[in-house]
Design a protein around this ligand. Sequence first.
Ligand SMILES: C[S@@+](CC[C@H](N)C(=O)[O-])C[C@H]1O[C@@H](n2cnc3c(N)ncnc32)[C@H](O)[C@@H]1O
Length: 248
Amino acid sequence: MGLPLPKTLLDTQSPVHIINGDCHNLLKDVESHSVDLIATDPPYEISFDKQSWDKLGSLNWAFLADEFKRILKPNGTLVVFQGWSHVAQTKIILDDRFTLKNWIIYDRVKGRGAKHNLVSTREDILWYVCNENTYTYNKISSTIKKKTGGSIGKKNGNPYRALSNVWTDIAPIVPWSRERVKHPTQKPLDIMLRIISIFSNVGDVVLDPFCGSGTTGVAAQQLNREFIGFEKEKAYWSLSLERMSSHE
Ligand SMILES: C[S@@+](CC[C@H](N)C(=O)[O-])C[C@H]1O[C@@H](n2cnc3c(N)ncnc32)[C@H](O)[C@@H]1O
């Protein structure tokens, strides 16, 4: 099966399938039940960098949730990042359509400064499945070594702790990060590699409708998944194409 998009939307010569446009429109063209994993980091709608893409109310979450449900395969998975201030509202909408498997907290340790509030280092990651009985879950370990010296922890021969739903072991993107590109909310490649490894298999179709600088795409490519991305801002779309093409 080819990728689940109309040919008119795809540059069939290119191995990289990232489309410049608003996902509210583009999602309508994706075939039903064709995507294995939607892994996405949408705007948190907090006017983070005063640009139009992160304005409150810019997303129609009920529409997006319905479209996600329509295009995911019956055993598909949805992994959505959110910020603490909007996660509750987003979760109510998604809970209506999917089964929540877990709610992961990514502690990026280095937070955004706050003079009159706590420093925010937390990002929420909601893991949903379409079907509670059949979904992809490839168990992996954390990168944190077990502290126990005795027989406990040595039983399975794995020196690393089981991966919990609080992730503290992935370095955030900071101004001096080697992988940093010109996107204000770039996610670390390691977190997308982890998400794609756990929640999809080689050859699966992964979609990121808010792909930004293309971190999900680069991770999907490195892990031999098919990738489709949508990005509204032309500058970020070009950046994501450039990033993915240089990894080809
Ligand atoms: C939080 S950023 C994603 C960053 C990405 N994870 C990365 O590592 O670069 C969200 C992205 O969604 C894009 N965006 C916002 N609204 C959109 C829409 N309606 N359709 C498609 N893209 C949109 C923004 O331009 C922004 O680049």
